[in-house]
Ligand binder design. Structure first.
Ligand SMILES: C[S@@+](CC[C@H](N)C(=O)[O-])C[C@H]1O[C@@H](n2cnc3c(N)ncnc32)[C@H](O)[C@@H]1O
Length: 214
């Protein structure tokens, strides 16, 4: 697939899916697919689907026919908790399934399986049984804890999960630090797991953590 699509998609979604984000997603997702890791591709916190479109394109190129499942309240963010800053407010990023459908139509890409609702209500019952790659982008402590708890047991060995807004200011000093609850949720979740979250770096403020399921 021709990577110039990254420039076009990044221009549409600079705040949530810039070049650094998409390039890292490209290599991680194409890698697990080329290695034959089984399972579906998921995005937890898909908003209007601009990164979801890219997940579909990469998956279709490297392993045609993989299912793509995307999850969002479509009512925006829930209220922040004690581990979050007031960088965001409840209802911020509110959108609709129709907006996501329009994004897929505009890029002439078949729509994914869409799961509207709060993560706590949808993920435990509606995640696929096997997942090879997940992009987790929920901004807040509780959203990330809920996502990791539901996702982890379904990850195939070798699966990769990228968590957006994982800001480690020591290992990645330029990373965006607006959502400190994300790193806290990850670090607490992995305290008793064999995997560790590594950081991915880019030319800008990329705040991406990732782990590979052992
Ligand atoms: C930053 S946006 C996602 C952007 C998208 N990944 C992209 O690249 O374009 C975060 C999304 O997470 C959703 N979200 C956060 N916490 C949630 C929760 N607990 N349940 C459902 N949706 C949630 C919000 O509605 C919002 O659309």
């Amino acid at each position: 697939m021709d990577n110039d699509v990254i420039l076009a998609l990044a221009a549409e979604n600079p705040g949530m899916g810039g070049v650094d984000q998409l390039v890292n997603i490209y290599w991680a997702l194409s890698g697990v697919l080329a290695a034959g890791v089984p399972g579906a591709v998921v995005e937890i916190g898909c908003h209007e689907g601009r990164t979801s479109v890219f997940l579909h394109m990469v998956a279709e190129h490297f392993a045609p026919g993989r299912d793509l499942h995307v999850y969002d309240s479509f009512a925006g963010l829930p209220p922040p908790g004690p581990h979050d800053t007031d960088y965001s407010s409840p209802g911020q990023l509110s959108t609709g399934v129709a907006d996501l459908t329009r994004t897929f139509a505009r890029w002439d890409v078949a729509p994914p399986h869409v799961h509207p609702g709060w993560f706590a209500d949808t993920l435990p019952a509606e995640l696929p049984e096997r997942v090879c790659f997940a992009y987790v982008d929920g901004d807040l402590y509780e959203s990330i804890r809920t996502a990791l708890t539901a996702l982890y047991p379904r990850l195939a060995p070798g699966a990769i999960v990228i968590v957006d807004d994982y800001c480690d200011e020591v290992r990645s000093p330029r990373a965006f630090a607006g959502f400190p609850g994300v790193k806290k949720a990850c670090d607490e979740f992995f305290a008793d797991k064999p995997e560790r979250v590594s950081v991915l770096v880019g030319t800008g403020k990329l705040a991406f953590g990732y782990f590979r399921k052992s």
